[in-house]
Design a protein around this ligand. Structure first.
Ligand code: F6R
Length: 608
């Protein structure tokens, strides 16, 4: 959601801003705009629609002069997508121009106050109050004005501000919304994430809440809200520029599906040394683990689906009760969570508003927070007691694939690590599981090689109206993800059901030709799921059975069969999800959908 880029240097700012915004398109947006400072005057260009519209309007930025500027892609929250509601917003006196990502929760009362002081509003956005507040509080010192503004606004924000009185600098701040500072040679940047500036620099600052940044072409200074300068550590991003580019693929989603073996290896290998799991990243001791009464897993969307796998894995291996909840519910159900509880928070972006709020709720009640996050230095990582990073690299496609897979891998590592500390696994079981975890990247690569078969199946069913995914236990957890992958990018209605639950109502939706994807990888419940396959077939369903290579009986009941290699039952979700990712991708591709940027969706959901 909303992307921000800012530039100051020797080059013309506008083309650099447009290029940076293009790298942030994946976050989701419906309008875009830029503002530059030139000869003490602010120029603004903004337009509803794709960046191409803004690019055409500005002749690829060439007709917007100035070597300092800010840019924005807007995902509408307050007010419809329109030219007027697009950012940047400008103060009434034209001195300030503002881009903002986040929500100003008290904007109505601020707006009323400003209107009573004679300010006129042009847009319906919450952001416009920030531009007017700058004018209201400005006394000739931009940092003083910034401090007053952030003292007045409530909510989340990443803000970039141009001030016509300061032609050689611009100012930025963030709180609970993402923004990093890029440190170049004779040029400096702000951006919602590093992908926007990787072409220019890999050296960045991560910001704490309410640190105020003054960017000039020859340097960056960071201040706290007492106006004292803060020393920042430079962090060097090790991502390759190509990691954030399509590299010949038609879609990021397919590139990221194919990157899964590497992403898994990068996430698993550094954490297994001499056959033992080493979680240097976390401070959880054996005594801490023994003291845990209950574990909560809290996340949204696909990350929540990882949590559903996590519940099965941890309960089975550690015999600690686990409750898995979607973050948007957790925070409002007055959760009974406290000092002896561990809350595992999962998030690719590390900035999902609901997940962050749930984390804060749990923390305020005394729980210990362990997060699994992909984006280094993100808000969720910063707010956690311990973080285990998934080393998936940048994930650009809105539909997650490699982040999901690496989250699963971390979940297995945590489960086994804790089980070992609790004395719940024998050394033989431990050794075997480690070997099987280490084999996952190659097994995933093998499955990807069979993508033609999945593409063929997609060609048979891409005209379906409705598709059901069923499974039991871990297979149910993966059904949830398979169903979401399909519906979010292909817009085909789909539901995931615990296989045994279907006959308690939903089976009435099965009619002749309805596709049911039946997951039956788990050995223990294979026969039970096969019975459910027979039930739906008896009502006219066509069934794709997804099972392991050794469970050959599936071919006698299902119309089509996809197999994955055998491994320990706990690890099977890592394998069975891959054909489902491919299935969703190919169905969407055959339907001609915008796979990387599905309608209405944003990559990082920074609003509730
Ligand atoms: C689905 C998908 C979303 C995210 C969810 C959480 O493909 O990507 O369901 O999993 O929005 O996002 P993060 O992991 O960034 O917190």
């Amino acid at each position: 959601m909303c992307g921000i880029v800012g530039y100051i240097g020797q080059k013309q700012a506008a083309p650099i801003l447009l290029d940076g915004l293009a790298k942030l398109e994946y976050r989701g947006y419906d309008s875009a705009g830029i503002a530059t400072l030139n000869d003490g005057k602010i120029d603004v260009a903004k337009a509803k629609g794709r960046l191409a519209v803004l690019s055409e309007l500005t002749d690829e930025g060439k007709n917007v002069p100035g070597t300092v500027g800010i840019g924005h892609t807007r995902w509408a929250t307050h007010g419809e997508p329109s030219d007027i509601n697009s950012h940047p917003h400008v103060s009434m006196d034209g001195r300030f121009s503002v881009v903002h990502n986040g929500i100003i929760e008290n904007y109505i009362s601020l707006k009323e106050k400003l209107i009573s002081k004679g300010f006129e509003f042009k847009s319906e956005t919450d952001t416009e109050v920030i531009a007017h507040l700058f004018e209201y509080y400005y006394n000739g010192d931009i940092i003083d004005a910034m401090i007053k503004v952030i003292n007045r606004v409530e909510g989340s924000y990443a803000i970039g501000v141009l001030c016509a009185d300061y032609p050689d600098q611009f100012v930025a701040v963030r709180k609970a919304s993402p923004m990093i500072i890029g440190l170049g040679e004779g040029e400096n940047f702000i951006a919602s994430d590093v992908t926007a500036i990787l072409n220019h620099t890999r050296n960045i600052y991560y910001l704490e809440d309410n640190e105020i940044v003054i960017l000039k072409s020859d340097g960056v200074k960071v201040y706290n809200t007492d106006k004292e300068e803060v020393e920042k550590e430079v962090f060097t991003v090790n991502w390759d520029v190509s990691a954030a580019e399509k590299g010949g693929y038609e879609h990021f989603m397919m590139k990221e599906i194919e990157e899964q073996p590497k992403a898994l290896r990068d996430t698993i290998s550094p954490r297994i040394k001499d056959g033992r799991i080493v979680l240097d990243d976390i401070s959880l001791t054996a005594a801490d683990i023994k003291a845990i009464k209950k574990i909560f897993i809290v996340a949204c969307g696909s990350a929540y689906h990882v949590g559903v796998v996590g519940k099965y894995a941890i309960e089975k291996m550690c015999r600690i009760p686990v409750e898995v909840q979607v973050a948007s519910e957790f925070r409002y159900c007055d959760p009974i969570v406290g000092k002896n509880d561990l809350v595992i928070v999962i998030s690719q972006s590390g900035e999902t508003a609901d997940t962050l709020a749930a984390l804060k709720e749990a923390k305020s009640k005394g729980a210990r927070i362990l997060s699994i996050v992909n984006v280094v230095g993100s808000a969720i990582a910063n707010a956690s007691d311990d973080v285990i990073y998934t080393w998936a690299g940048p994930e650009i496609a809105v539909a997650t694939t490699k982040a999901y897979s690496t989250q699963l891998a971390v979940m297995y590592l945590i489960s086994l690590y804790m089980a070992d500390k609790l004395g719940m696994v024998t050394s033989g079981q431990y050794k075997k599981l480690i070997e099987q975890i280490e084999a996952l990247p190659d097994q995933v690569a093998e499955i990807i090689k069979q993508k033609d078969k999945v593409q063929y199946l997609a060609s048979l069913f891409f005209n379906s109206q409705s598709i059901f995914f069923i499974g039991r236990n871990l297979d149910y957890a993966v059904s949830l993800e398979g169903s979401l992958k399909l519906k979010e990018i292909s817009y085909i209605h789909s539901e995931a059901y615990a296989a045994g639950e279907l006959k308690h109502g939903t089976i009435s939706l099965i009619e002749s030709g309805t596709l049911v994807v039946a997951l039956a990888t788990g050995r223990e419940l294979f026969d039970k799921t096969v019975s459910n396959v027979k039930e739906v077939k008896a009502r006219g369903a066509v069934v794709i059975g997804l099972t392991t290579e050794s469970q050959t009986y599936m071919s006698e009941v299902a119309d089509h069969v996809i197999t994955v290699p055998d491994t320990d039952e706990m690890l099977l979700p890592s394998l069975s999800v891959v054909p489902l990712q491919l299935f969703g991708y190919y169905v969407a591709s055959l339907k001609g959908c915008d796979i990387d940027k599905p309608r209405n969706l944003a990559k990082s959901v920074t609003v509730e």
